[in-house]
Design a protein around this ligand. Structure first.
Ligand code: UDP
Length: 364
């Protein structure tokens, strides 16, 4: 006998919500549930004094896939925000990503050739030929000065591990440019939804049955009985009741402050790249939307190891976790009626556009 729904979607974040939209378009009957009291996953914004506060960490949408950009633009209008974070190292400011402005601030040089010569000299001095970890990868990409000032402290705070114990690919996300260009992303398109991310989700989920405050695991058999297929976007190890052990995550702690001033730091994102400052960055939310409110909200972001009950944010892609993940993946690959999708269920450090792309490629 066919069940009440074609799909039960567990988690109303980006993967789940776009899946719900696509399934509905394909004529399927869908129920989406989320254990939080709201939808939107970690993109959820809370309005404070007219400012959209990115409650679960700042998110900037960027992609080079036209198909992805066109798709999200069907649901909301994006502004022209360009991410240009600044690094504060012991009180001195540097532009990010690593570009001619940064090289000038560091070494006083004025030309790309001068910058290349310094980096090359530091690379040769390091003796690294075949980078095996994040530290070696970083030094061979940008030399030892940039590594010490702009990468080492931030990375070790962010991941709670020595840079020599982290995989090289994490740092490959950061562009290095020999032009004066502070645009953090190399992607063709970027922006923030005008009016915040919540509107985007309202439109994905328009006309779809949604239950908030509904935890799949408190009533698993009931929820499983409702639908032919489950789309699971929660933690991969939790789906199997941690049978093989726990996958590790980094979590974030946010300290929000409402300040009685219009402009605290003059930029949406300032990274604190020294090891001593306990937070990794300060976000000033209004600058994502060019806000002109009288007050401002800032968030200090602290990165820590997730405990059993903390919100999981970043999968830890070290060797131990990779191996455990592979074992869980062997189990999940055998599930006929469950689709595992998103950062938690695939245990992968995805950008938002990769998630959109992955759902768009599914054949429903
Ligand atoms: N990173 C760094 N210095 C910085 C910013 C980033 O060394 O000022 C490194 C760090 O290892 C971090 C990685 O680059 O984990 C990716 O950072 P990004 O800000 O792109 O990631 P997000 O946390 O925003 O997903």
């Amino acid at each position: 006998m066919s069940k009440q729904y074609d799909y039960l979607i567990v988690g109303a974040g980006l993967y789940g919500s776009i899946f719900a939209y696509k399934a509905k378009q394909a004529g399927k009957k869908v129920l989406i549930i989320d254990k939080r009291s709201q939808f939107g996953g970690n993109l959820y914004c809370e309005k404070v004094e007219g400012i959209n506060v990115h409650k679960y960490g700042a998110h900037i949408f960027h992609t080079s896939e036209k198909e992805v950009w066109d798709f999200v633009n069907l649901f909301t209008e994006f502004n022209r925000y360009t991410n240009s974070p600044i690094a504060n190292y012991k009180g001195k400011l540097y532009n990010l990503p690593f570009n001619m402005n940064t090289f000038h601030q560091l070494w006083g040089i004025k030309t790309p050739d001068e910058a290349k010569a310094i980096i090359e000299k530091q690379r040769v001095e390091s003796g690294i030929t075949n980078p095996k970890n994040l530290e070696e990868q970083a030094i061979s990409l940008v030399g030892s000065d940039i590594y010490e000032i702009l990468i080492k402290g931030y990375t070790e705070k962010q991941w709670g591990r020595k840079a020599t114990e982290l995989p090289a690919f994490i740092i490959k996300r950061l562009p290095v440019r020999f032009i004066f260009d502070n645009n953090y992303f190399d992607d063709k398109y970027q922006g923030i939804p005008i009016g915040g991310y919540n509107g985007l989700f309202e439109n994905f989920l328009n006309g779809i049955e949604l239950k908030c405050n509904a935890d799949f695991f408190t009533d698993r058999y009931y929820f499983e009985s409702l639908a032919d297929k489950i789309v699971y976007t929660g933690k991969l190890d939790e789906f199997y009741n941690y049978k093989l052990g726990r996958l590790e995550y980094r979590t974030l702690r946010f300290e929000n402050e409402l300040l009685d001033m219009p402009n605290y730091q003059g930029n949406a994102v300032i990274n604190y790249t020294d090891l001593k400052t306990p937070y990794t960055r300060i976000i000033e939310h209004k600058h994502f939307e060019f806000g002109t409110q009288a007050k401002t909200v800032i968030t200090k972001e602290f990165s820590l190891e997730a405990k059993d009950d903390s919100e999981p944010y970043y999968p830890v892609n070290d060797k131990v976790n990779e191996q455990l993940m592979q074992q869980y993946k062997q189990m999940s690959a055998k599930e006929k009626n469950v689709i595992f999708g998103g950062r938690l269920a695939e245990y992968k450090y995805f950008n938002m556009d990769q998630i959109v792309y992955n759902v768009l490629k599914l054949n429903l």
